[in-house]
Design a protein around this ligand. Structure first.
Ligand code: MN
Length: 182
């Protein structure tokens, strides 16, 4: 594996240093281990979606501020893909339609989950809400331990300052839009 720091890693290090936080302090704020944070900063680790959210929440920044408008791929954060050609290989891909904009306080993401893919998130910052529109497939949404199911064309909004998770238990791809308001 290459030791090339990704833009995510460089950005995270700059952000941490601008706060004058040690790795220990950043670990305490985010709940992500010091070792893992160091690996991410050096581009040695491809963090999961849940880990990225922990960092964004710990640093009290938006998700897209953290990933800098990159197309997030769990297995390769540094590569560039054509924005209009998302393809799901395995796991979870996140596309950024609109990065966080403080004049409107939201970011707009699109998530693609392969069959069987599942991601759980700890509570985001207080007051954060998510609005989801299912485009394709069936979304299993977990809110504070209770599962709900939504089909293509259906919408749901929820308070994201509670534990929540997404799962694709279908046989095909799951695609949904997610507007996150801070
Ligand atoms: Mn979330």
């Amino acid at each position: 594996m290459e030791n090339q720091p990704s833009s995510l890693g460089k950005g995270l290090r700059e952000l941490r240093q601008s706060r004058q936080w040690s790795l220990d302090q950043a670990a305490a704020k985010s709940g992500v281990s010091k070792a893992m944070l160091g690996q991410i900063e050096r581009g040695e680790s491809s963090p999961t979606l849940a880990t990225l959210w922990k960092i964004a929440t710990g640093f009290q920044i938006s998700f897209t501020h953290l990933i800098r408008g990159c197309f997030y791929q769990p297995n390769d954060l540094s590569s560039v893909r054509p924005v209009n050609e998302p393809k799901v290989t395995s796991g979870i891909d996140v596309r950024v339609h609109f990065p966080f904009d403080e004049t409107v306080n939201f970011e707009w993401l699109e998530l693609h989950l392969a069959p069987g893919a599942e991601s759980h998130s700890e509570p985001h910052q207080g007051g954060v809400t998510e609005r989801i529109l299912v485009i394709e497939g069936i979304l299993d949404l977990c809110l504070s331990g209770q599962w709900y199911q939504y089909s293509a064309g259906e919408t749901v909004s929820f308070n994201a300052d509670q534990p929540h998770g997404y799962r694709n238990s279908g046989l095909g791809v799951l695609v949904f839009q997610d507007v996150i308001h801070y």
